[in-house]
Each structure stands twice: as structure tokens, then as C-alpha cells.
Design a protein around this ligand. Sequence first.
Ligand code: PMP
Length: 413
Amino acid sequence: MTLNSLDASATSPRAELPLADRAASLVGSVIDSSTSLLASQTHDIVRFAMGSPADEAVPLEVFRDINAQVLDHSSLTYGATEGEPVLLNALVDYLAGTSDPVDPERITITAGGMQGLDLACKIFINPGDLVIVESPTYTNGSATALSYGAELLEVPVDQDGLIVEALPELVAAAGRTPKAIYTIPNFQNPSGVTLSLPRRQRLLELAHEWNAVIIDDDPYGLLRFQGEDLPSLQALSPGDPLLFSVRTFSKILAPGLRVGWVDTDPAVRQLVINAKQAMDTCTNVPAQHLVAEFIRRGGLDNHLAGLRVEYKRRKDAMQQNLRRHLGSRITTTDPEGGFFLWLTLQGEDARISTQKLFETALAEGVAFIPGPALSASGKFDDALRLCFASTTPERAEEGILRLRQAMDRELAA
Ligand code: PMP
């Protein structure tokens, strides 16, 4: 079975079904399909594919303890759409002590970052609207825009993130201004690169010139393990009505909780609440209590500090292993935080299709996400995304050796 065969768009529904027009734009996520595909494999696989925190990084015992304390009838009934007050308060208090304080008037709790992206697109995107996306990008995010009928304008990233200087010319060529700009400013998924300060400032100026909303998707910002912190878009433009910021606990606590938040203009927040009431009424209440109590006990700072140390160790080890075992056959980005690095095949190896390599590598016992699955138009067949966060350095070395074996097999084929 291949990764693409699990993509929902690969099977057409029966023509006679009375589908909505938008059903045609509901493209499946190749990234998420990898979870099901890997779950169905019985052989040993080193998993560099999904962007999951390390099992060891999830504070299971603390959650077990908190669960015994917080689970009661009040946490098993409907909650407030905007979020449980205990979590809203804990979050506002926690962030008040960081460089990114939040205004309680702007916060809504969501079912993870994905729901935040969906709400942003639901509120701002009409069919046919132009949406700028990074290239490569987190294609679950670009697919959300597509599901509301957006037309995507892909703009490349370099080591300083989205090439903001290229935007005016590309927008002029498109013949209309964008309605939204979807960016992942810190340790971008999939490339690992970070948007520089001058580009952050210029992006805000352009968004105002075009009256375009910035969908500022930042799941990894609290996971910087080297280099200087940069001010967030929210810090550079406090109270900006054009900023729709999407945050999540998935990468810093546990993705299965499905708890995140959005930070928006208060008037937009009311639309977020209205939209959520027609969507899921409220976010999972027990999960919000687990997160709230975890923060209230004062564990988050220590937890984050531990993650930063461990993820730096894993990133360094991954790069060392790549250098040792693949040398000049590849180049990689050097992320200063987050989960991912982007590997580009060089020389002879650039002939290899990473989509085909995926299958060979899976047979060898290693999984990654091929470049085309991380591009709105299927580019980057000579590149791939590796998640360094979820694998120990020892396992990672084994994974890189298997990757080399798969590359050798592809070259010889
Ligand atoms: N945005 C980006 C850039 C991500 O990497 C992810 C998770 N892979 C999400 C959004 C979705 O986060 P969540 O799992 O909280 O829905």
C-alpha cells in the first residue's frame, strides 16, 4: 500500500450522490494518512513521519493523577463554547509571564490547532478568494483553505522563512490582492525555518495594505532550543484585527488531548464562538481540565524546559547521523526549535523520487513524509521531511541507516 492510496481524494465518490460542490475540494491529508498506514504495518519501523511529541515527553503520570482529581460530573457535561474558565484563566496567567501575553477578550479554546485553522478559513474565505501559502507548507492548513474554495498562491520559503519581499510582485502578477496569508512563522512545518524580524514587520505592513488576514499558525513557538527569541506577530502589532493566531497544546503537552486556542480581534472572537456553536458546541471538557490543572500546578515551565533540552539533543544527533551516514548526498535545514528538518537530495541522489523512496524505505523499516505531500502543488519530489522529536538518537541512527539503504536501492533500480 502506498501513502497516496490512503488519500481520500484518490477514491471518487459515486457520481449519483447529491454532494455539495465543496465536496470536490475536500482533499485528504497524506500526512495524516501516514498514521493509519504505519498502524497497519507489522514490521519494525523507525518513525520520522508524524509530527508527534516523543512518548517520553508526554507527562502521563501527572495526567493520570490530575484525571483522578478533576473527573466529576461537572467535567462530563457541556462546557462554555469559549472554553472552560479554569483553562482560560490558567492560560492567560501563564502567558502573562512570557513575552507573549494574551488579552482575555481575544482568546477562545479550540479542538487543537486544526480547528483554529478551520475557523479562520470559515470566517474569512469565500470561494475564489486568493490565499497566500508557503512553499513548502503544512498541507493540512492549505487544504483547509481549499475546503472553503480558496485559490492558493504559493510563495517559496528560504532560511529566513516566507520570502516576503517576493509577495508584491507575485500578487501583482495574480492580478488581485490576497484575502489571507497563511504562515507558520516559527520552526516552520515542514522546513524548520523561522521568519526573520524584518520579514515579520514587512508582512504586517503588506497585510494592512491589502486588508488581508494573517493566519498565524504557531504550534512550535514555545519550543525554541537555540538562537534568539523573535517577537511574535502579535507582539509586533498588539490588538491587530488582521491577526488570527492559532495555537495548540498538541506539541507541548499531547496531541490526543485536542486542546488549542485562537487569539483574535474581540469582534472576530464572537464569530469564532458562533461558528463553534454550529460545529461542536464546546471543546472537550475533561481535556481542558487536564490542561488547566497541569498549568495550575506550575508544571508547564519545567516541562517546556525539559522538552527544549531533549529536542535539541535529538536535533543535533539527527544532523550528526545524517552527516555521518549520508554526507554530501543530502543537505538539510538547521531548525532552531520545533520538530522538523527538511532534507534535500543532492547530486545523483536528486534523481530519486521521494514518493517512490517512501515505499522502498517503508519496506526497509523507516518512514518519513515525502516532499510533494508538503506542497500545495506537489513540488519537492527531491526532498522530504524528517521529524527528529519523536525518536531517540539511537533509534534515529538506525532509521538513517535504513534510509541510506533505501536510497541505494532506489539508485540501483
Ligand atoms: N499547524 C501546524 C503547523 C502543525 O504542525 C500542526 C500539527 N502537525 C497543526 C497546525 C495542527 O495541530 P493540532 O494537532 O493541534 O490540530
